[in-house]
Ligand binder design. Structure first.
Ligand SMILES: Cc1cc2nc3c(=O)[nH]c(=O)nc-3n(C[C@H](O)[C@H](O)[C@H](O)COP(=O)(O)O)c2cc1C
Length: 420
């Protein structure tokens, strides 16, 4: 890869972490390949020289390094407890880096208080997060101890602070690294947790590759706008479309409510049997979604829930399964979520949209936009024009990167044929 290396900061938010910050880089320097990484984590975790979170963070940093990224580690204990690293130094590192992977233990299904302090630090110190990428790894003692809730809460924090976020990528393509270990010295037995963490690092590497790409001119971009709940041509849709088109990009708008969509059968056929072009056994209007998916450089979903709600969004979402299973057609494309509700529907749809589209191997762009109308008053959380600007910038680079290196992501039916 011919590009200036970008810096990734690996942040450890466990009070049981053992290494001093400088030691992460030394360990990373010693790792030349996967075999070495597993051996090292085996040795260090086995001898209780690293906590479980540290094991996952190291795996994620190694994953990034294998994609030509410069990685550095920081133990928050050095900042918030011992003071070996000053707050000014942390601010400097954060402003300098172009991405963060944070590791946290699961505490009551949520991230640690050090994670909390870290997020507050970013806000209080006005850290520059523009166009920076954020991913997370979490480890809990129980198999379903809240690793995923922890990651989702953490990613939400990051989106709210202006980062774009990424998941762990194929084969499982979920929300980040998920470890299963209780006592210190056990993470080395959890290959799944180490693999998902490494996958996250690789996805950060791909984001950096995109960020280093030349911008495709905006007038060569097409942004897909899918919407449900809004009438076609409604003011909200027009406004968003003009924010994109006034920058020169084209839009492709699809009203999901106009489509005939049948429920997913949960059958084992998709993405395609031999010779099956379309990818789903159900012949309905999802072909239009597929056609849009293969042609756009960015995607925004606009969802409205008012008094008269329909279920079309969920119906649509489930049926995007064949698009995901078709080797992640939407890979590396930025996604924006825009949710509007009247009288507090309480649907939490910005979170639901971002978690679902992260599974399509997309980059989720900050900010999540939510408009809440109560009587005649509108509360707007997240600026739609900022979302459009951020999304267009990534789309323009991602288009170039996707044209130059057709990174192949392969879908594997993990959990079906292959248990992991
Ligand atoms: C206060 C506290 C709360 C915890 N809550 C959970 C939990 O909700 N779910 C879970 O699976 N494990 C929970 N654990 C276990 C830790 O997440 C687990 O031991 C983890 O591996 C610790 O990572 P570390 O070695 O990096 O500190 C909790 C541990 C503590 C101390």
């Amino acid at each position: 890869m011919n590009r200036k290396k970008k810096l990734l900061l690996g942040v450890v938010a466990s009070p049981r972490a053992k290494l001093a910050s400088a030691e992460y880089s030394k360990l990373l320097d010693k790792i030349s390949d996967y075999q070495k990484m597993y051996e090292m984590i085996y040795e260090y975790a086995g001898e209780k020289k690293i906590s479980n979170t540290e094991g996952l963070v190291l795996a994620s940093l190694f994953g990034a390094k294998s994609e030509d990224v410069d990685a550095e580690g920081i133990n928050l204990k050095d900042v918030f407890q011992t003071g070996k690293i000053s707050r000014e130094q942390l601010a400097e590192k954060l402003n300098k880096c172009e991405g963060v992977i944070i590791g946290t233990p699961v505490y009551f299904g949520d991230r640690s208080s050090w994670f909390d302090s870290f997020v507050r630090f970013i806000k209080d110190n006005g850290i520059n997060t523009k166009d920076k990428i954020f991913g997370a790894v979490s480890v809990g003692a129980k198999r379903n101890g809240g690793q995923e809730t922890t990651l989702i809460f953490g990613l939400l924090d990051a989106l709210n602070r202006g980062f774009n976020v990424v998941g762990n990528g194929p084969p499982t393509s979920q929300f980040g690294g998920t470890g299963w270990a209780g006592d210190i010295g056990k993470i080395q037995d959890d290959n799944f947790g180490l693999d998902t963490s490494m996958g996250l690092g690789k996805r950060v590497g791909r984001y950096f590759e995109i960020a280093a790409s030349v911008q495709t001119p905006l007038n060569e971009l097409k942004i897909g706008i899918l919407h449900s709940g809004f009438a076609s041509g409604s003011e909200e849709i027009k406004k968003l479309v003009s924010m994109i088109e006034e920058k020169g990009a084209k839009t492709d708008i699809l009203n999901i409510d106009d489509l005939k969509i049948k429920p997913c059968l949960g059958c084992p056929i998709c993405p395609k049997e031999q010779g099956m072009e379309y990818g789903c056994v159900i012949k309905d209007d999802m072909i239009k979604v597929k056609n849009l998916s293969v042609s756009v450089d960015g995607l925004i979903f606009m969802l409205y829930k008012g008094k008269k709600e329909n279920d079309q969004y969920q119906l649509f979402l489930e049926r995007t399964r064949f698009i995901r299973r078709d080797n992640f057609i939407l890979s590396d494309i930025p996604f924006g979520a825009y949710y509007s509700e009247k009288d507090f529907g309480g649907g939490q749809y910005t979170t639901r949209m971002f978690t679902s589209f992260l599974r399509h191997n997309m980059y989720i762009v900050s900010p999540l936009v939510q408009s809440i109308s109560i009587e005649n008053e509108e509360i707007l959380i997240g600026d739609p024009s900022l979302l459009c600007d951020n999304l267009l910038r990534i789309a323009s680079k991602s288009k170039t990167a996707r044209n130059i290196s057709k990174k192949k992501y392969i879908y594997e039916d993990i959990g079906y044929g292959k248990k992991r």
